[in-house]
Design a protein around this ligand. Structure first.
Ligand code: FAD
Length: 306
């Protein structure tokens, strides 16, 4: 059995594993895909102290750093259930392979995924104009024309953020009205370089084979098709935590995020969580790493008291 079993091998899980292993305790990491979202990222320019890196390079460095320590890395393994400790003091993590792992403490760091539009061109032009993270990729579109898809809080926040950097923002919302908080909507409407389009269904990402050149949408009231010429599209229709496998075993927010306290502890004693899968505000690499480190220190603190 493990002292600390980390589920998830993204920045949060890697940081948790390193911090745990450095305490000299038996540490394991189960990951469906070691590296996580970082593997799907091109340029990274906000990983503090590193001016520029690439996702696959950072993912390889995360794995190397973990392997510098005595950590049992179980890659390409999907966790399917978490069973709380029942008297023996060991929680159980069940895997798709049929195996079951026992651990005194568990750190959940299964991350999240951006909901996609599912329209032609979206996959082809991902990282070539189609983006999901305004904090990450906003500055790449300085002085260019962009669209934000989605008029909820995250979409409207993204549009306000981008309006300060890019030349023009077209916000596209499927519903007949924006769903963001009134104060955000008022701020958005006060900006001179923002156009708001409601009742619009994005139907296609247009490109020239190399990068995005525009998008096509259908006006849902008139059925008319329109094309907007632009260089960037930020998709803000939801970030979905990878927590379906935890349903029923642990407290989740109404968005499916794992509820944690200031020390990263969940509703189950001895079970901690970190990163994009949790209620932590702002989903970023440096934040996930800090949260993973914190969860590991909390797990260690739990172990020395039990
Ligand atoms: P993740 O990176 O999502 O890792 C989750 C891990 O859990 C993976 O190993 C996954 O395989 C595993 N997992 C999931 N479910 C299971 C399961 N059931 N069983 C076992 N393992 C499981 N952030 C920045 O700071 N700067 C950027 O420039 C930046 N650009 C981005 C660009 C893109 C295209 C995307 C998608 C994200 C970007 N982000 C960026 C966000 C950043 O990648 C995330 O905030 C960060 O990776 C979160 O780390 P995490 O460890 O919490 O989760």
């Amino acid at each position: 059995p493990f002292d600390v079993l980390v589920v998830g091998g993204g920045p949060a899980g890697a940081a948790a594993a390193i911090y745990a292993a450095r305490k000299g305790i038996r540490t394991g990491v189960v990951a469906e895909r070691f590296g996580g979202q970082v593997l799907d990222t091109m340029g990274i320019e906000n990983f503090i102290s590193v001016s520029h890196t690439e996702g696959p390079k950072l993912a390889a460095q995360l794995e190397q750093h973990v392997k510098d320590y005595d950590v049992d890395v179980m890659n390409l393994q999907k966790a399917t259930a978490l069973k709380p400790a029942n008297g023996d003091g060991f929680a159980t993590v069940e895997l798709e392979s049929g195996a079951a792992l026992k651990a005194k403490t568990v750190i959940l760091s299964t991350g999240a995924r951006w909901r996609q539009m599912g329209v032609p061109g979206e996959d082809e032009y991902r990282n070539k104009g189609v983006a999901y993270c305004p904090h990450c990729d906003g500055p790449l579109f300085k002085g260019k024309r962009t669209a934000v898809i989605g008029g909820g809080n995250s979409g409207v926040e993204a549009a306000i953020d981008l309006a300060g950097i890019v030349a023009h923002v077209t916000l596209i919302e499927f519903d007949s009205q924006l769903r963001a908080d009134a104060v955000l909507q008022a701020k958005l409407r006060s900006l001179p370089n923002v156009t708001i389009v409601t009742s619009a269904l994005t139907t296609e990402v247009l490109g020239n084979g190399e990068k995005v050149t525009g998008l096509r949408y259908r006006d849902r009231t008139t059925e008319a098709e329109h094309v907007v010429e632009l260089e960037g599209i930020f998709v803000q229709i939801g970030l979905v935590p990878n927590t379906e496998w935890l349903n029923g075993s642990i407290a989740l927010s109404n968005r499916g995020e794992i509820e944690i306290d200031a020390r990263g502890e969940t509703s189950l004693p001895g079970v901690f969580a970190a990163g994009d899968a949790t209620t932590v505000p702002y989903k970023q690499i440096v934040i996930a790493m800090g949260e993973g480190s914190k969860a590991a220190l909390s797990a260690f603190d739990y172990l020395i008291r039990h």
